[in-house]
Design a protein around this ligand. Sequence first.
Ligand SMILES: [Zn+2]
Length: 389
Amino acid sequence: MQALTYLEEYHSFKEAALNSRFLKHKTIQQLIKKLPEAFEQRCIGQSHEGRDINLIQWGNGSIKVFLWSQMHGDEATGTMALFDLFNFLQLPQFQEISSLLAKSCTLYLLPMVNPDGAERFVRRNAQQIDINRDFNHQVSPEARLLKNTRAEINPHFGFNLHDQSTLWSVKKTGKPATLSYLAPAFDEALSVNEVRQNAMLVIAQMYKYLNPLLPQQIGLFDDEYEARAFGDNFQAAGTSTILIEAGGMFGDEEKQEIRKYFFLSILSGLYAISTRNYVEEPLQHYFSIPKNNKEIFHILIKNLLHQDIRVSIGLSYEEEPAEQGYATVKTYTIKDIGDLDHLGAYHIYKEETLQIEGPIDIYQPANFTLKKDNMILLSFKNGILQSKL
Ligand SMILES: [Zn+2]
């Protein structure tokens, strides 16, 4: 597994038609149509608003692997990575690894589970249902399709592809969790059986390949049992299920860098499955992956003299969809005031002579200007960033 080479060659298989998080069903349908014969495709049903949902099948091996993405409409990184994978698998220079995968595995791919949500760039489907909390009641057509597809294929492995909040960090690093992995629990006791253990071991291998490329930026996601979620239920049903979450990365708000590492995570997982190398991996290597926590802000202003005391101020934004699902608006809120020495941020302001003009009110939208020697470094109006240096 030549992880670094694949990263360096990424430009040769990056799907250029997908260049932002705001990708839509129409675009991916055109890409699916253009796939060569080796990628068998069939429409397995429709979303609530009638958009076709396609399943793509590739490879001839006996190990069945099911990969599904964008169950949450505003989580598109996994979808972009899957289309990069489709291109990668067709390129002659990567034939050695693609032949190995094709011989060992049959891949079943569902690149956009929630096209109606993607259209609006929201988490939920058109019925306002969170598909990943609808495994049991099955009120959404998308949850029914996903559940039935797994039951029909009965795959050995599953890849559950999501994006997480950019405010997850890797414990004790002050860095964002650019990627998080998890073998979801199948019961309240967080038991480990062979099915879950296989997922853990594959993750340990993925971590081994990715960690040198993203040091201190990969975390283990919280494994609390969620009885309504797909990962937990698929694990219980006998499919070794691997969750991959794309988080944040310095300077990569549109996630076009993270996308590369997401692709590499999928590829290294498939490689581990194909070679069965994971069976040699000590289980301890899964549990020693650092945990995720929330010790990061989007903006941190350090040691500011404010109302005669020295304090740090942490701000983070919430994103709301805008421009018909083709953009977002970010509203910044003051999340904490005080001793924030142990916390990190995407942007840190820590000069000695910072001055602030305007109110600093905890839990309120940012509404101030930050200056240094009368030069504006940052300025917010009702939570909206006006300028940033
Ligand atoms: Zn999600």
